[in-house]
Design a protein around this ligand. Structure first.
Ligand code: 1PW
Length: 215
C-alpha cells in the first residue's frame, strides 16, 4: 500500500518534499504534499508498531487523495487551491453534515492538515529540547494543543497510550537518520519554516472558504 515500505526514514527527504510543495505563486502542490506525508508515515512506522493505528489512518487518507490525483479529474487536483475550487464549484463537498461525499478531497486533506499542525508543534519542541526532555511529554503537549481538539475521547485515550511508548530523545534522533543531535537540530530549524508556511497557506485558504469544520 501507499507509503508503507521498509525503506529507512530520512528527515532530509521529508524536508526536500516540503520544499517542493509551494509553487511560485504560493499554491500547494497536492502531489508533493502527499509525498511529504508518505515520508512522515515512514517516520511513524520506524518509531514502532504502537504507531500503527496512527499511520494507518494517514495512509488511508493519502490513498484517497492519490486516487483523486490519478483519476479522470486529476488535473483539477494539481494544487490544494484548485482542488478546493473544483470541489466547491461542483458541490462535491459535504459542508455541514455527512452526506453523499464522505471522502471529499477537501475533508480528507483537512484531517492531514490538522495533523500537520501537531507535527509542527512537536518538532518545534523537539528542536528546542534538552537532553533530558521527555519525547512522550512533548508529543502529548503538542497533541493537546492541536489535534486532540478534533478527536473523540477514545482516540485521545489511544493516542495518549501510544505516546507513552515513544522512544527517548536519543533513540528518536537516531531514527531521524540525520546524524549527531546538533545536526538534527539544524535540520529541524530548516524544515520547520517550510512546514509552517505550507500549514499557514492551507489554513488561510480553508478559513477563507469556511472549510475548517468540514464533517
Ligand atoms: C510523532 C509525530 C506524529 C505526526 C504524525 C501525525 C499523524 C496523525 C494521525 C492521528 C490519527 C489518530 C487515529 C485516527 C483518527 C481519525 O479519526 C482522524 N484522523 C486524523 C488524521 O486526525 C479523523 O479522521 P476521520 O475519522 O474524520 O476520517
Amino acid at each position: 500500500s501507499v507509503g508503507v515500505d521498509n525503506q529507512k526514514f530520512c528527515l532530509q527527504e521529508v524536508l526536500d518534499t516540503f520544499k517542493l510543495c509551494l509553487s511560485e505563486n504560493k499554491e500547494v502542490y497536492l502531489e508533493h504534499y502527499v509525498a511529504g506525508w508518505r515520508g512522515l508515515v515512514k517516520f511513524l512506522n520506524s518509531l514502532g508498531s504502537v504507531f500503527g493505528f496512527i499511520s494507518k489512518d494517514a495512509v488511508n487518507k493519502i490513498q484517497i487523495l492519490v486516487t483523486f490525483l490519478n483519476g479522470e479529474n486529476g488535473s483539477q487536483y494539481v494544487t490544494v487551491q484548485s482542488m478546493v475550487k473544483y470541489e466547491l464549484d461542483n458541490q462535491l463537498v459535504d459542508l455541514t453534515k455527512r452526506g453523499s461525499y464522505p471522502e471529499s478531497g477537501c475533508r480528507t486533506l483537512l484531517r492531514l492538515h490538522r495533523a500537520l499542525r501537531w507535527l509542527e508543534l512537536f518538532l518545534e519542541r523537539l528542536r528546542t529540547s534538552t537532553e533530558d526532555s521527555k519525547t512522550s511529554a512533548m508529543c502529548s503537549e503538542s497533541y493537546n494543543e492541536s489535534l486532540a481538539q478534533h478527536h473523540p475521547w477514545a482516540i485521545r485515550k489511544a493516542s495518549g497510550l501510544a505516546f507513552c511508548m515513544l522512544p527517548g530523545r536519543p533513540a528518536f534522533f537516531e531514527v531521524m537518520n540525520v546524524g549527531p543531535p546538533e545536526q538534527v537540530v539544524a535540520m529541524l530549524g530548516e524544515a520547520l519554516p517550510l512546514i509552517s508556511e505550507v500549514y499557514q497557506i492551507t489554513e488561510d485558504l480553508y478559513a477563507q472558504h469556511n472549510l475548517l469544520d468540514l464533517p
